[in-house]
Design a protein around this ligand. Sequence first.
Ligand SMILES: Cc1cc2nc3c(=O)[nH]c(=O)nc-3n(C[C@H](O)[C@H](O)[C@H](O)COP(=O)(O)OP(=O)(O)OC[C@H]3O[C@@H](n4cnc5c(N)ncnc54)[C@H](O)[C@@H]3O)c2cc1C
Length: 534
Amino acid sequence: MSTEMHPTRWGDPARASALPQTARDLVALVFPVADRMVADDAAVSLPPSVLTAEMLAELASVVGPDHVLTDERSRRLRAGGKSTPDLLRARSGDVSQPPGAVVRPQSHDEVQAVLEIASSHRVAVVPFGGGTSVVGGLAVRHEGYAGGISLDLGRMTRLLAVDPVSMTATLEPGLRGPDAEALLAEHGLTLGHYPQSFEYATVGGFAATRSSGQSSAGYGRFDAMVTGLVVATPAGPVELGRAPASAAGPDLRQLFLGSEGAFGVITAVTVRVRPAPETGVYEGWRWATFDAGADAMRRLAQAQLLPTVLRLSDESETALNLADPDAIGGGVAGESGEAGESGGGSLMVVGFEGTVESVATRRAAVTAVLADLGGEPVGEEPGRRWLAGRFDAPYLRDSLLDVGVLVETIETAAYWSGLRRTYDAVSAALLEALDGPALVLCHVSHVYETGASLYFTVAAADGPDPLGTWADARSAALDAIVDSGATITHHHGVGADHLPWLEDEVGAVGVEVLRAVKAALDPQGVLNPGVLIA
Ligand SMILES: Cc1cc2nc3c(=O)[nH]c(=O)nc-3n(C[C@H](O)[C@H](O)[C@H](O)COP(=O)(O)OP(=O)(O)OC[C@H]3O[C@@H](n4cnc5c(N)ncnc54)[C@H](O)[C@@H]3O)c2cc1C
């Protein structure tokens, strides 16, 4: 697998593929289908870097001249993330916010030194992990600055320590999901964090965005796995997490988790690890309705009986995935990669990982609850298909964009008592804003004793102004989320795209607190301007 992503698509350039004809025919039943052109590489030109030769030389004196990249391709590849608007801009040849240079440090001390140079010259610094942000977290906004750099952490890929007694491991931030798992596997351990972006996203990015993976029911969200952090900030280094629990004031680790590069650069992450699972079983359950399935999830969570994987597609997502799973590669179901299955209703995927004995015991207990609540077991095939296709949906998004179908996602979370209200409000807002043939699908992908996330996937005709169309739809959805009392993001983060709604969530005083923290850690305001803090 290529470690460098395609500049205008998701993932490995070798895996890019056209929509199969059968799927194209199916899509044409709902949307007008027409091939879309992507700007020729040769026609893409970047604004020139405004960084001076002296600044570049200073940066090179820290990381080495080979690790200050100023060529167009390197700058272009770090000019944004992988949201649909990012892809649409990249496809049209718009690379208007690239870094002036890509700087690739290899150690905490090098990161610290780069931040000092950037602060002294007032150069914007955008930490870059895997480049999979979907909230505008990576554009280099350097208006009013002496230029901007992308701080690519891709050379910081060591497993620094393993404590098999405490069951913790310390990882460098640039490790991508598969590489982190491979290093831990050498010690018989796993992290168990599998977001759909797993193949490209990094440990530092997981921490900086409060990521949540597909096995969060069993392993927890990423922020819940973190026990310690080392952070480089313009004000100096910060090291946190010296005991499993502490009453030494507010937990400052929480300031950096989810700080999206605006407060500091995470240079090491200590995580709680688990023994690598001996076995895994993944199976499907069908519910008459989405509400019945969601209620079953709540009962499992509140009985402390959560399996490792627990996901539920609403009726529309279930129906779409069973339209022709072979042709459409598991559906457009965003991060779930939900499995196809016949019979309608609402499909739930339930997975168990662990020792043979624990899987058998937990599976029996969960099966008893689900059967008692009226679920219908539909065997292991849907689970197997989900597992096989769990990282594939982003490739399908590209194939749909190729034929003029706008596909994007938006996610939130609500308490159980308000979940249906949020579901209805967001679905209605999206459909109304899209005003034309559109599909709005949803699944529950992360559950808690007190509530759950909702993950919406939207498909609509791209029309003459797809960026404007999605901006309006996202705006309507976020207004509906706020009005219904849910969060503006459960796991993607705020970035620049959700920033206008942050005050609705944390209040004016909350925003002031964030500003004050930034002023203390980053007095020159060089870290990721425009992200998290206006
Ligand atoms: C197709 C697709 C599927 C996705 N699926 C999921 C999913 O299932 N679950 C989920 O939670 N998210 C998902 N995401 C969102 C994204 O993958 C996550 O936000 C991920 O955690 C980002 O990691 P990254 O290494 O790519 O970070 P980047 O995208 O490189 O950076 C994200 C933000 O964090 C900052 N940052 C990065 N590294 C550091 C660091 N070391 N220190 C400080 N700041 C840093 C950046 O400046 C940026 O603001 C998905 C995205 C895509 C495109």
